[in-house]
Each structure stands twice: as C-alpha cells, then as structure tokens.
Design a protein around this ligand. Sequence first.
Ligand SMILES: Nc1nc2c(ncn2[C@@H]2O[C@H](COP(=O)(O)OP(=O)(O)OP(=O)(O)O)[C@@H](O)[C@H]2O)c(=O)[nH]1
Ligand SMILES: [Mg+2]
Ligand SMILES: [Zn+2]
Length: 303
Amino acid sequence: MTHGRVVARFGAALIVRDGTGELHKAISPRNLVKQGPEHLRAPVCGDEVAFEHGIDKAVLTHLMPRRNCLVRPDHRGRPRAGVSNIDQVIIVVSTRPSPDWGLIDRYLVGAADLRAEAAIVINKIDLALEDTVASHVAETQALYAGLGYPVLPASTLTGSGIEAMRARLAGRTSLLVGQSGVGKSSLTRALDPSLEIRVGVLSALTGEGRHTTTHAHLYALPSGGDLIDSPGVRDFAPYAPDREALLEGFSEIAARLGHCRFHNCQHRAEPGCAVKEAVEAGEIAATRLRNFLALSTEMRNSA
Ligand SMILES: Nc1nc2c(ncn2[C@@H]2O[C@H](COP(=O)(O)OP(=O)(O)OP(=O)(O)O)[C@@H](O)[C@H]2O)c(=O)[nH]1
Ligand SMILES: [Mg+2]
Ligand SMILES: [Zn+2]
C-alpha cells in the first residue's frame, strides 16, 4: 500500500502523487467511503489517500480523514465537494478587471468557514498605470491590509511580488481562487518555471487544454508547499457557512454588533445603529457592510 495525495480528478479518473513525487493514474472504487454525506464520499483534489498498484492504473484503498473540504452548491443548489486539506486561501484579484470587493468578502467568509488563513494577491500591477486603476489598487490594499489580511501586489510579467508569494506558500497547502482571467494559472507558472513541462505531461495524461482552467489541480512547488490552481468563478458562495465564519470574515463589523440601540438591530435603517455610525465615521467601509448584509440575508434564506 502506498500513501499519496490526489492531484486532480476528471470524472472518475484521478491523478495521485506518491511520496517520491511520481504521478499515477488512479481510479477509486465506488464504495471507497461507505458512510457520511453522499457529496463527501468521493476523493477530491487535495485528499490524502492510500492506493495499491493495479495492472494499468492505481486503485485507491483508503481516503484519510480531511482537515477541511471546500463545498459549493452546484447549478442545482446541491452541495458539491471541490478541494480539501487547505491551510490557506489565496484570493487573486487583478488590476483589470478591477478588484471585485464583493468576491473578496465572500471568499474571506469561505476561508474562515474552512478554518484556513486568507491572503489577497493583486495581480497585473504592471497594468496599474492609469490613475483610476492605481487608486483602486491602493484602496483595495489599504482596506484589506487594514483588516489584518496580508495583501501582496504581483505581476507575472515583471516578476514583482513572486518571491513574497513563494515565502507565503512554503510548507503548507494553499488554494488559488478568484475570477476567470485574473492570472491564477499564470501565477502558478511564475512560481514554478518548470511547470510548463509538467503541464505538458499532464495534458498527455488527461487530454486537458492549457488555457482556461477547468479542474482544480495541485502542484508541488520546488520552493516548498503545495499549491492548488482552481477554475475561475463568476461568483462564490460558501455552502451553508456557519455564523461564526461570517463574523470572522467581517471582524470589524462583528466588533460593533452588541452596541446598537436595539438588540435585534438589522443595521439597515434603525436609529442608534453602531454599525451604521461606524460607516458614517469612515471606520467601516460601506462596501463591507453591504456585503455583510447580503451574505447574512442569503444565509438566513438558505437556513
Ligand atoms: N499584464 C499582465 N497580464 C497577465 C498577468 N498575469 C496573467 N496575465 C494574463 O491574464 C490572462 C489570464 O491569465 P490566466 O493565468 O489564464 O488566468 P486564470 O485566473 O488562471 O483564469 P481561469 O483559469 O479562467 O480561472 C492571460 O492572458 C495572461 O497572460 C500579469 O501579471 N500582467
Ligand atoms: Mg487558470
Ligand atoms: Zn445596528
């Protein structure tokens, strides 16, 4: 029996990495996991597994307990497991399209729900030449750094920020998330220049294209750490996050919640609302309150 980690899953086909770094095509028996919710039974990218070498494919024998698992609703609203065993969520935004704060806030709650750390990378800073773009980047940096999140400006064209990213990624498993086209795959390649070759090898195995990412994929960085490149999203909502995760993702709002005049204050139009007062005083960004209220409403409606 060999221990390994799932690098990618394409339908029923898996790619598993063994302890020496070698990749194996693998399959999973249907009844690998016999208990628990249906959507958590199949192996996903990031899983720790054990396998036996078969005739032409490895066969999984065990799925190790997960530290966490990112679950998202599918197009019918049913839960679907994406990736697992994540230590850190790296939210990638770019100067063009300009940083989407709504998406950042949703991912911060998603990261808190995983009990993972979160950091923000602002990519394509080589394009931040125009004043409007530069000021939007500076605002994003000020807002989220002010909330205590590491914010790393980067450019895969100039190589700026790549060393700082490498340092953040060493020794743990990180997940790159964000809109399509912000440069997640480009960052992955910038972090591991030898990847072009490995992408080629994997394309031969899976017939995958090289452009827009369609499947989550785990890469071992030569500088240390595992990095998962994932497909871009238009929107993100963590599946049934707990209230604690919501409050952790909006810590500056959580800090004022007990201070409103009415104990059941909705922080919308009530007099004596400590949260709205903090927004008016410039202590809480209006976008943060808007995104907090939107997520709270969604959570109430889906509960
Ligand atoms: N100017 C500039 N362009 C970049 C930079 N990084 C990536 N790009 C370009 O942005 C485009 C999208 O890059 P990808 O790396 O494929 O983006 P992605 O986030 O992986 O996209 P999906 O896989 O669809 O989610 C490509 O044309 C890249 O060449 C950068 O730092 N500066
Ligand atoms: Mg990609
Ligand atoms: Zn209030």
